[in-house]
Design a protein around this ligand. Sequence first.
Ligand code: ADP
Ligand code: MG
Length: 698
Amino acid sequence: MKTVSDYFGSMVFDDRVMKATLSAKVYSSLKKTIAEGAELDPSVADAVAVAMKDWAVAKGATHFTHWFQPLTGITAEKHDGFIAPSPDGGVIMEFSGKELIKGEPDASSFPSGGLRATFEARGYTAWDPTSYAFIKGKTLCIPTAFCSYGGHALDKKTPLLRSMEALNRQALRILKLFGNDTAKRVVSSVGPEQEYFLITKEMYDARPDLRFCGRTLFGAKPPKGQEMDDHYFGAIKPKVAAFMEELNEELWKLGIMAKTEHNEVAPCQHELAPIYTTTNIATDHNQLTMEMMQKVAARHGLVCLLHEKPFAGVNGSGKHNNWSIATDDGQNLLSPGETPYENAQFLLFLCAVIKAVDDYQDLLRISVATAGNDHRLGANEAPPAVISMFLGDELGGVLDAIESDTPYTGAQKTQMRLGVDVLPKFNRDTTDRNRTSPFAFTGNKFEFRMLGSSNSIACANIMLNSAVAESLKIFADRLEGAADFESELHDMIRETIKDHKRIIFNGNGYDDAWIKEATEVRGLCNYRTTPDCMPHLLDKKNVDMLTSHKVFTVDELRSRCEIMLENYCKTVTIEANTMVDMARTLIAPAVASFAASVAKNAQSKRDFDSSVPCEYEKKLVKKLSVLADCISAKTDDLQSAIIAVRDAGDIISESEAIRDTVLPAMCELRIACDEAETLTAKSSWPFPTYADILFSVR
Ligand code: ADP
Ligand code: MG
């Protein structure tokens, strides 16, 4: 029998394959590029291309593609064959270093937010040697960055790589100050926990809203939802187990360390978590995981829903971004360590994150903002739209003691003087089980929990890396000039705690009182929707920070803001149009004809015996008729709202109009339709109900 280790990574051109297929010289040159970001020698590229092609062809690949992540949110690929004519009339399989390094897809069909003039349709893709190439189906996929011809980033990978570089640069300065001269690189790592729903294809096909929007736009509450809490960690159903087994196999072949899987809170909701890896690779892997989930589901007669809120009244799906930073020699910089020297360094990195999250709350909120995720944040199931940090009582106590220069009264009674004292040993299990915090310290990493299930994790990590790089830069500037390193460090940490402790909150994030305190007393941001937060991407402080670390140019930021808002407007408009269509062509006719059939029944009863009262029918027909009228009126209102938005003017006003007029009109239409559903015979309802969908997978 084949074991996992036999096929793990079998479809990846990974280090093992490189070592086996490249000459020692080419291998070490490529490794240098990967490990240290050194520039790649063109002759090396040619040698790598040949080895890659031979390896891929031997595994049955016929095509190659530059695989990239445009701003659409999904991945893109354009396949080219390896074949080239040979003089004898046959074919040979060819692939050059030039083709490996650079591609020129037509950029005009990808969003650019005004970055690409129409005459400049060409864009180019550039090989990212830090993420391994892999085979999907019969195609060799080469992870690439995607830029406009003028060099502007049109994708998510480019700024992510730039943010990792910024973090590396600043973190190394700090390490040097602590006497660490051996670390060559500091890398951020991520383990994203991915939630998703599985439903049967039959149910999916029967619902236009699921097909067009990925979420239900109508649906009365089912008699049973998630209230029994009997799904979470419950036994996995056979069909789901078969899906998970095959998914794991596919992911393992792609070198993705899928590790944990379990049921989630809502019926038919599940979660998958991989073992963490470098942010860049974790991002590529998460995109591939989402793609594979959908592919494998289809093979099992299922559909995988990655939408943040597929069903109203049932928990939505998110993604937890477990983030840490470590040196190339394996030191986790967020691990409290055991000696005073390590503790002081840990406290500095901890403070850098605290400062970053407080100073750039808005950027973190923006990084997870989509129309879909707006349904989750603040809806008493996901973290609120207000960002705060959970540190736990122990670490919180240590920071309090440092801030006030009073003895720490936790496990030991010690006066915290950095560089001298040993931090109390943290019991990892006591640090976190606070599930309501958007940003929690979990022993040796931070867990950012606001991401939506369909979000690329690139955006959140770009902002996180950049904001922490900025804190570290400010710290390094100060410490490098200090006369007395230890006392400067002590003062700096104290000041940072004092200045930024408003962001620390260990209580219940779902509590209304917290939102009030956060916004009114602490002055934290509360951007409830995408149109509320997105324009702040262009606030001066944000532009200054992101451009100074060379993560984005001003033009790239402007274009991203526009694309994200456009995305929001398009998403909601498609949903609104789908609602209008379903209400007019499915729901209203169903309600009307059911009312007519009830009336007809009553009439036939009367014909049979004119003295029967028919109270049930009379009442029902009346109610249904009123509802049908209401549905018709609300549909017209929604339609008018959609039309009115077209005149809003610029994209910010358009998104605001959608938030203020279209979304409320959608809500009202839904209320009328959902009520009609509860009064209409099941056999007359035009599509599957929540109960049908949620309990369809066995
Ligand atoms: P949870 O209790 O939230 O399930 P786990 O400890 O199981 O937390 O980890 C969840 C995710 O965090 C996994 O993807 C795991 O690989 C990742 N993770 C663990 N340690 C780190 C770390 N140091 N840096 C980044 N991610 C990590
Ligand atoms: Mg978690």
